[in-house]
Design a protein around this ligand. Sequence first.
Ligand code: ZN
Length: 148
Amino acid sequence: MHQLETLYRQIIMDHYKNPRNKGLLDDDRYIKNHIKNPSCGDDITIQTLIKSGEVKDIRHEGSGCSICCSSASVLSSLLKGKTVDEAQQVTKSYLNMIMKQPFDESIDLEDALAYQGVTKFPARVKCASIAWKAFEATLKKASEKTDE
Ligand code: ZN
């Protein structure tokens, strides 16, 4: 168990220090969502390109604690290239996992599994969820739009 926790901490620190897909693009085709967590200063914007039922690209920008910033990076690398349906399932499983709700363990959360430990620190659950909540809101916005 201890080894697993060390591995999880390494995954989180790696994404924090070397964030994937960081930086927003000036492109109207992307859907943008911004969420703030006043309790610890996290401030994250997720920018997503959805086309033909697929998540083509995810960008993120913001500042905050290591849990928050790294989870935006993990989200972007995990969900990029997935179909909207797959991305929705992964997002739901992840949010249930960190809120200690039952979740579908057959869905591979890959690096996002590293955030299991936050269930022990209720104050950090919000940090680990805001990027994903912003992405979830994106999927909602996208579903309200008609595909051209
Ligand atoms: Zn935070």
